[in-house]
Design a protein around this ligand. Structure first.
Ligand code: ADP
Ligand code: ADP
Length: 230
């Protein structure tokens, strides 16, 4: 069964902007796919549908085991447990420590304190930041904050990881470090979907490329290139 299965999905904002038109796509378990396209093409809207921050207007949409159209509001937290999300601006909680930022996501799920402590250290180890467990986000560099955000996103072992421009605020060295982590997470079995404007990354680290323009999928290639000049 696909991890993402969209059929004829349309999304219109309340101001009348149709951000996505007739989108159909499957993404299979274990895939790594880039989502590319000019600004305003619909990439963020596409991502926001997948973790159900937005609801599709038309079509059918299944993510992991959830039906995005038919699911009840109270099932949304359950969906978000199966889908990790990483943003360009990290979105860490600034008054909480690294430990609390990561443990919070697991407390919501009802894990036991010793399980939480073990898992927090495990994911911090994966991103190489065990020594920052007691730090606050402001005390970390941008690259480190993004690595913490990635640790948080995988704490509940999601089947799907969605990353919206995860390297958008980072220099090349930190960007490659983030890509290295996403690759490792993907190799451990997590499906990764990443929206990006980084042509170097897309053209070097070859994966499936899905291009959106003006709300339409205009290209879908195994091991594609970036294909834009920006
Ligand atoms: P991208 O992520 O590719 O830059 P978006 O999904 O953010 O594209 O935007 C797609 C289209 O939807 C654009 O025309 C944008 O202006 C519009 N849009 C995005 N968010 C909203 C919103 N909250 N309300 C109205 N229009 C929006
Ligand atoms: P980078 O080279 O990744 O941009 P920085 O130069 O920002 O990193 O930071 C280098 C080190 O200093 C990092 O380990 C970071 O955690 C630490 N650091 C950065 N800013 C602060 C701060 N305001 N307080 C404490 N430690 C900081």
């Amino acid at each position: 069964m696909p991890i993402i299965e969209l059929r004829n999905v349309t999304k219109k904002y309340s101001n009348g902007t149709t951000a996505l038109r007739d989108i159909s796509i499957n993404i299979e378990p274990g895939e790594f796919a880039y989502l590319v396209g000019p600004s305003g093409a619909g990439k963020s809207t596409f991502m926001r549908l997948l973790y159900r921050e937005l609801k599709p207007d038309k079509g059918t949409a299944k993510i992991v085991d959830f039906d995005l159209i038919k699911m009840k509001k109270r099932q949304i937290p359950l969906l978000r447990r199966s889908v990790g999300v990483v943003f360009q601006d990290y979105k860490l909680l600034h008054k909480k420590t690294v430990f609390e930022n990561i443990s919070y996501a697991m407390e919501v799920v009802g894990k036991k304190p010793y399980e939480i402590r073990k898992r927090v250290m495990e994911v911090l180890d994966l991103v190489g930041l065990k020594h920052k467990v007691r730090s606050f986000p402001e005390e970390l560099s941008g690259g480190e904050q993004q690595r913490i955000a990635i640790a948080r996103s995988i704490a509940n072992s999601p089947k799907l990881l969605i990353a919206d421009e995860p390297t958008g605020n980072l220099d090349p060295e930190n960007s490659w470090e983030i890509m290295n982590l996403l690759e490792r997470i993907n190799l451990q079995g997590t499906t990764v979907l990443m929206a990006t404007h980084n042509s170097q990354i897309v053209n070097t680290l070859k994966h499936r490329v899905i291009a959106i323009e003006n709300g339409h999928i205009v290209r879908d290639q195994e091991e594609g290139g970036y294909g834009y000049d920006d």
